[in-house]
Design a protein around this ligand. Sequence first.
Ligand code: GUN
Length: 293
Amino acid sequence: MKLIDGKKIAQSLRETLTKEIKTLKAKHNNVPGLAVVQVGDVAASSVYVKAKTKNAKEVGINVFDHHLDENITEKELLDLINKLNTQEDVDGILVQLPLPKNINEQKVLDTIKPSKDADGFHPLNVGKLSIASHNDENLLIPCTPYGVLIMLKELKIDLIGKNAVIVGRSNIVGKPMAQLLVKESCTVTIAHSKTKELQKICKNADIIVAAVGKPKMIKDGWVKEGAIVLDVGINRIQVQKDGKIKNILVGDVDFQEVKNTASAITPVPGGVGPMTIACLLRNTTIAFKNKYT
Ligand code: GUN
């Protein structure tokens, strides 16, 4: 079994971006700018936002931090986004999800200027991803599925005609993942909570992307010998260790069970997570470059 080291691949992507941003600075006397918008204090969001901010600064991106109170109105948030849309030195806008319930998430995503959409969630970018040619380097693609694709490509295997099963149909992961894998000429199945005989469908997969948010759901009996398993799940669970209750992170895949059956697998943590962040920095750099073309 090969452990797919997301930390290492993400680091290498960040090093490439650092060099590229240096070159861009020499050329344009300017660096990419990323506005990071967080509303409220959801614990997981704070962890991601902190990591995104730190990594962005490290590669040379200017970060504009907007941490807003959880009681902010939808109008106030939309006003901020409209301001960022016109702010010259902001190339990418990231609104960390989920948003508080009184705010219409889709309306917020629709308001972000498509050319500054660092997450690739605006309907125009979603549409572009669906119709674009295979090697369009200017696209703003959702970060987690793009990170998964980079990890798959690092394995240097032929993806053409492979059976890929994606478990989860979210706009953030499942659906864009399907678009990316179809572009790679995989035969793609999107499975979800209502799918019948899910285990049987997974067992037929050459590639499984697990993005359901159910801790350790995918067990050994679900995975074909030699399959590649990419685990997008980040679930916080409590376990008892040395008489103490501890919080740990686990994926949607039961790693201990599956590791001997899969030919390659991503760990949690240290798998897909760091790739998502690196791809956000990539999108911000693409948005900056697109400005000059
Ligand atoms: N919440 C969970 N994943 C993501 C992501 O990729 N981007 C944003 N903005 N919010 C998220």
